[in-house]
Design a protein around this ligand. Structure first.
Ligand code: MN3
Length: 243
């Protein structure tokens, strides 16, 4: 699958085959992802790394589909519009750089750059039936900072539960290379110069109602407690080790 034509032909045929066999097209994003052999533009929405129903029963397929294809897609689109309007050259600006300087841009840029970055991170932070625990250096750092994995989970869960309104819970590596837990409002994140919580985001949890309402309704704590079963610790470990 070395060139664009082959890739396009493959995806087109895959789509036709899926239709012919009655397989839901919702499985296609993850198949597309594994055949993309070039460095993707981080300012655009990437293929979901699994099917919409892959995190069932923790995250139901309809929530995943609406969340990814409507909410997150809209942040990506609005980010592109804002970059054009505010003359951000996405081919030689890193998203981190933009977030570090977000106070210099419009509220639209702040909401949608945060929204896009946060969701791209969130999809990667989950995996089907992960259910594992952190290992290695991350496990050691969590034990050192919070006493135990269980104590860490309680503190992170509380950060998500207690964030009033819409926002995110975070595990962050701060400037002193210390792991800390906190939350941000709306689509803010710890890379933003306007954020009170500052550092490299290692793990993020979306606690907006759109992330859980269809299945959990008003019970945000039930959503968070269940969510631990789909955390992709292998990815979170990589983020920690390269932060
Ligand atoms: Mn969301």
């Amino acid at each position: 699958m070395q060139n664009k034509q082959n890739r396009r032909a493959f995806l087109a045929n895959t789509g036709k085959a899926a239709l012919a066999t009655g397989i839901s097209l919702s499985v296609l994003p993850s198949m597309a992802a594994s055949f993309v052999g070039f460095a993707p533009n981080p300012f655009t929405q990437q293929a979901l790394p699994y099917a919409y129903n892959a995190l069932e029963p923790i995250i139901d397929a309809m929530t995943m589909e609406i969340h990814y294809s409507k909410h997150a897609a809209t942040y990506a689109k609005n980010l592109a519009d804002a970059c054009l309007a505010e003359k951000v050259a996405t081919d030689n600006t890193s998203m981190e750089e933009l977030l570090h300087n977000i106070s210099k841009y419009s509220p639209k840029m702040r909401n949608n750059c945060g929204g896009h970055y946060n969701h791209e991170l969130f999809w990667q932070c989950m995996a089907p039936a992960a259910g594992a625990k952190p290992e290695g250096k991350l496990a050691a750092a969590i034990n050192q900072s919070f006493g135990s994995f269980e104590a860490f989970k309680t503190q992170f869960t509380d950060a998500g539960k207690n964030r009033f309104g819409s926002g995110w819970a975070w595990l962050v590596l701060n400037a002193d290379k210390k792991l800390i837990i906190g939350s941000t409002a709306n689509q803010d994140n710890p890379l933003m110069d306007v954020s009170e919580l500052k550092g490299s985001p290692i793990l993020g949890l979306d606690v907006w109602e759109h992330a859980y309402y269809l299945k959990y309704q008003n019970k945000r704590p039930d959503y968070i407690n269940a969510w631990w079963n789909v955390v992709n610790w292998r990815y979170v470990e990589k983020r920690f080790e390269s932060a």
